[in-house]
Ligand binder design. Structure first.
Ligand code: UDP
Length: 402
């Protein structure tokens, strides 16, 4: 487990001293994070590094998981999609599943902390089932720029009880919600198994273990099998790319336990890619991959793609940038905050199959361009998107609500 001191050589003395100075006024205060999965997806990824280093500052941080059954997660995935603008039939049955799971959790969980931070929509209603004795914060990681109005109105019923809402992008702020709101950008942990430096021999070993051939450049998207991540669009773009440059596509997606859509989308992708999978031109990985393998894959890839049509903030984008691997990503949600087009990566329109292919081809053909973009990308992440900055932001938030 890492302590703050371990990050000093990466972010410098001033950042570490600044964090300790902010924590000084909060020593011994107890914070609880609640989300709905311990693995798969960006929230679990962030909490697993944020919680230990918060503890290292002298602020007590804890993390609990809201348990739910398949029905519950089917409903909350529909909510997730509708919050990102999709349609929803907001039936009484869906609301009942949603509320009852939260109520059940509240009947046995004790939340005797100084601040409760609830992540994403799954545990949002918890606040209704506890006697409120402390500030509650809702941290929303998804794109809230155009939520389905009926769902938003329903969720507001819970949200109005909160003391603050945190979002990842200015476009996700909601003037119609009379609750204080702040922007906090997500971040990655440079010392986690997902992001730590790897020796070339280790990268080779990890890829060989998963039987990923290295005879051609790898173009890779690492994302849950989710319609918003547009894996079918990636395949379309790849087909154009391979007419120009011989390369291989890797689509790697774990199945998050709170995302029941994964299997359906995976099957659709497998069907569409069948011929290219058989010929070995496309490699599909649909299982929980060890973090070290994802790390190696991001480093071994020549180009990383993130062709999302909605993206609250792409952790995978920051992860690849930190490794100096150039990224071609859609200009959606939080991604333009992460990538400066043409400097730290390339932004493409979300429906732009051809431009996506053009950018990938340009990068595959030009070693100098890749090196230059990769170098600038790494420095951009060092400045803005490492977990120490996330901790610093949370300390500000705690100081405000306490
Ligand atoms: N991830 C992973 N294995 C996979 C796919 C994704 O470990 O097969 C990780 C990925 O490296 C990143 C997180 O899951 O850390 C996804 O976060 P992101 O913000 O990109 O997307 P989300 O899943 O939260 O929508």
């Amino acid at each position: 487990m890492h302590c703050l001191e371990d990050y000093r050589s990466i972010v410098g003395d001033d950042v570490i001293a600044g964090i300790h100075a902010k924590a000084r006024g909060l020593l011994g205060r107890r914070v609880l994070h609640i989300n709905s999965t311990y693995q798969g997806g960006g929230v679990a990824e962030m909490l697993s590094s944020l919680v230990p280093i918060t503890n290292d500052t002298g602020v007590d941080a804890d993390w609990r998981i809201l348990f739910g059954n398949t029905d519950f997660f089917q409903v909350t995935k529909k909510f997730h999609n509708a919050l990102q603008g999709g349609p929803i039939d907001l039936t009484r049955r869906k609301k009942e599943h949603y509320e009852q799971t939260n109520q059940a959790f509240a009947s046995w969980a004790q939340l005797d902390r100084d601040v409760v931070i609830v992540h994403d929509p799954q545990p949002l209603p918890l606040i209704r089932y506890f006697k409120k004795r402390q500030p509650w914060i809702w941290r929303c990681h998804i794109d809230l720029s155009a939520p389905n109005p009926a769902l938003w109105d329903y969720l507001k019923g819970f949200l109005l009880r909160y003391d603050m809402m945190l979002v990842s992008h200015p476009d996700y702020l909601h003037p119609d919600l009379p609750v204080p709101q702040r922007i906090v950008h997500p971040a990655i942990d440079p010392l986690s198994a997902k992001n730590i430096e790897l020796r070339p021999a280790e990268i080779d070993r990890l890829l060989a273990k998963q039987r990923i051939p290295r005879d051609k450049p790898l173009v890779t998207q690492i994302s849950r099998f989710d319609p918003w991540k547009d894996p079918l669009g990636v395949i379309e773009a790849f087909k154009l790319v391979r007419k120009e440059v011989d390369c291989r596509l890797v689509l790697c997606g774990s199945m998050a336990s709170d995302d029941p859509e994964g299997l359906v989308v995976y099957e659709e992708v497998a069907k569409k890619a069948r011929r290219l999978v058989e010929s070995g031109d496309i490699i599909l990985i649909a299982q929980d991959s060890p973090s070290a393998f994802i790390n190696a894959l991001q480093r071994a890839s020549t180009v990383i793609v993130q062709k999302s049509t909605r993206e609250g903030f792409g952790l995978t984008v920051a992860e690849a940038m930190w490794k100096g691997t150039p990224v071609v990503a859609s200009r959606v949600g939080g991604i333009p905050l992460q990538i400066t087009d043409g400097e730290t990566g390339f932004l493409v329109e979300p429906r732009g199959i051809e431009t996506t292919a053009e950018r990938i081809i340009a990068l595959l053909r030009d070693d100098g361009l890749r090196a230059n973009i990769g170098e600038q990308a790494r420095e951009a992440v060092r400045g803005k998107f490492l977990t120490t900055r996330l901790l610093d932001d949370y300390l500000d938030v705690l100081a405000t609500v306490l």
